[in-house]
Ligand binder design. Structure first.
Ligand SMILES: Cc1cc2nc3c(=O)[nH]c(=O)nc-3n(C[C@H](O)[C@H](O)[C@H](O)COP(=O)(O)O)c2cc1C
Length: 166
C-alpha cells in the first residue's frame, strides 16, 4: 500500500476477532516502523512492550476502561518513553507510525490513551516497567470483526487549510 493510501484508509477499529494471532515477524516490523519516527534532538526515548499473552491482554482491557476491547485483540503494543521534555510528542509520532504500519500490513488497530490516565501505574506494574518511563499509548492490534466498520468522518480540507495567514 502506498503511504498516502494507508494514511487515508486507517481508522480506529474497536471490535476484533479474538482467536487470531499475528505472526511475530509482523509485530516486529510494526515496532521497527515505529522506531523510525522523528524525535526531538534524536533522543529516541522510547521502549515498546509487545503483549500477546491472552491473560495480560485481558488484564490491560480491564485496567484501561476506555480500551476494554484490548481483551479481544491479538496483540497490544504499549509505548513508553523516558520522561524527557518532548516525550509526548516523540511517543505520539512513534504511535502514529505503528498505526500506519499496521494498516499497511492489513491489520485493524486503535490508539488507546495512556499518558495522564489513572491506569498508567497499574499497567507499568503489570509489565514490569521501570519508574522513569511514562506510558504514552496502547495500540490495540488484530483482525476486525466486521468487514465494514463505521467510518469516522473527517473535516473537509477546505475548512481547515489557510494560506499565508489564518
Ligand atoms: C491521543 C489519543 C488517544 C486516544 N484514546 C482512545 C481511547 O482511549 N479509546 C479509544 O477507543 N480510542 C481512542 N483514540 C482513538 C480516537 O477516538 C480516534 O482516533 C478518533 O475518534 C478518530 O477516529 P479514527 O481513528 O477512526 O480516524 C485515541 C486517539 C488519540 C489520538
Amino acid at each position: 500500500m502506498q503511504t498516502k493510501a494507508a494514511i487515508k484508509s486507517r481508522r480506529s477499529i474497536r471490535e476484533f476477532n479474538p482467536d487470531v494471532s499475528i505472526p511475530k515477524d509482523i509485530l516486529e516490523s510494526l515496532v521497527d516502523a515505529a522506531r523510525f519516527a522523528p524525535t526531538a534532538k534524536n533522543t529516541q526515548p522510547w521502549e515498546f512492550v509487545v503483549i500477546t499473552d491472552k491473560n495480560r491482554l485481558a488484564k490491560i482491557g480491564f485496567m484501561a476502561d476506555n480500551g476494554r476491547f484490548i481483551a479481544d485483540t491479538s496483540a497490544c503494543v504499549a509505548i513508553f518513553c523516558k520522561d524527557t521534555k518532548y516525550y509526548l510528542e516523540d511517543g505520539c509520532a512513534a504511535t502514529e507510525n505503528l498505526l500506519l504500519a499496521a494498516t499497511d500490513s492489513g491489520l485493524a488497530s486503535c490508539w488507546v490513551a495512556g499518558d495522564k490516565k489513572p491506569y498508567c501505574l497499574a499497567i507499568k506494574e503489570l509489565l514490569c516497567v521501570p519508574d522513569e518511563f511514562k506510558l504514552v499509548s496502547l495500540v490495540a492490534l488484530g483482525e476486525a470483526r466486521h468487514k465494514e466498520e463505521n467510518v469516522t468522518s473527517k473535516r473537509l480540507l477546505g475548512e481547515m487549510i489557510h494560506w499565508d495567514k489564518f
